[in-house]
Design a protein around this ligand. Structure first.
Ligand SMILES: NC(=O)c1ccc[n+]([C@@H]2O[C@H](COP(=O)([O-])OP(=O)(O)OC[C@H]3O[C@@H](n4cnc5c(N)ncnc54)[C@H](OP(=O)(O)O)[C@@H]3O)[C@@H](O)[C@H]2O)c1
Length: 251
């Protein structure tokens, strides 16, 4: 009698699944039959957890992107479930207590710059350090980190938002650099930075008045657009920076 061959579980991982876009990405993936399991990493259990009829397919793991021990522990648990073919990093910070985007150079402080760089650039690099090695060597895989168009140096005509812009530019460089290294062992692996559009979340809430009519996405709209971009990425996209509609963004 032929031995039964078990098919490996198809896993997607969403880091920052308690956030606006991250939560919508996790919910969309949970309803996507291309994946058997959606693993959600966040500091706290997402507010609406479990709020989907696909809840049995969702697994939550606690992780702080600035705490390598928590990422290493999550990596061990993920590896026990299988090899993820999709890793989405949807963490980020723009404002918070004692933190606001700088309108002028005079507002720049070491403390605020460091905090924004830590969350927006260092954290995703640590996530990739621990989770990229879990991707399969012989199958297509995508790691996509949510960046922001304002992190484009070529597209910066307005100025301001020093820390956020610079931290996203740093994130873009980290993604581009890891993409080159990753390709050496994962010929079918793709790493990209994605701009989700301007999305109605806590992160953008204080800045939405300036958004032109019809240009503010719901988190669900953004998630659907981003997942369509992920699906459309070819191998040549590796190391690139793309918007929610798939258009490349200048560095
Ligand atoms: N919304 C927009 O218009 C827009 C535009 C361009 C780019 N983006 C980018 O899109 C991404 C998602 O943003 P969003 O709008 O969904 O913002 P959000 O709702 O504020 O979500 C951001 C998430 O990041 C998490 N986070 C922050 N520090 C963390 C840490 N140390 N460890 C683990 N998680 C951490 C937060 O966790 P807690 O819930 O625990 O605080 C929060 O859930 C960000 O990278 C953002 O820069 C957003």
């Amino acid at each position: 009698m032929a031995e039964a061959v078990s098919t490996p579980a198809r896993l997607a991982v969403v880091v920052g699944g308690a956030g606006g876009v991250g939560g919508a990405l996790a919910r969309a993936l949970a309803g996507n039959p291309s994946y058997d399991r959606v693993i959600v990493l966040s500091r706290r259990l997402p507010a609406d957890w479990p709020a989907t009829d696909a809840q049995d397919r969702m697994v939550w793991m606690p992780a702080d992107i600035l705490d390598e021990d928590s990422l290493a522990a999550a990596a061990v648990r993920i590896a026990a479930l299988g090899a993820p073919t999709l890793i989405l990093i949807a963490t980020g910070i723009l404002h918070g207590e004692g933190l606001a985007p700088e309108k002028t150079l005079r507002a720049v402080t070491a403390e605020a710059l460091s905090r924004v760089f830590l969350v927006n650039a260092v954290g995703p690099a640590l996530v990739a350090k621990h989770l990229l090695p879990l991707t399969p060597r012989d199958q297509p895989s995508v790691l996509a980190a949510l960046s922001a168009r304002v992190g484009s140096i070529g597209d910066n005509r307005l100025g301001g938002w020093y820390g956020y812009r610079a931290s996203k530019a740093a994130l873009n460089m980290l993604i581009h650099t890891m993409a080159i290294e990753h390709r050496r062992t994962r010929p079918l692996g793709v790493c990209v930075a994605l701009h989700p559009g301007t999305v109605d979340t806590a992160l953008s809430a204080p800045f939405q008045t300036a958004v032109p009519d019809g240009r503010l996405f719901t988190a669900e709209q953004s998630a659907a657009a981003l997942l369509a971009v992920v699906d459309s990425l070819g191998l040549e996209a590796n190391g690139g920076f793309f918007a929610w509609d798939g258009a490349p963004i200048p560095w």
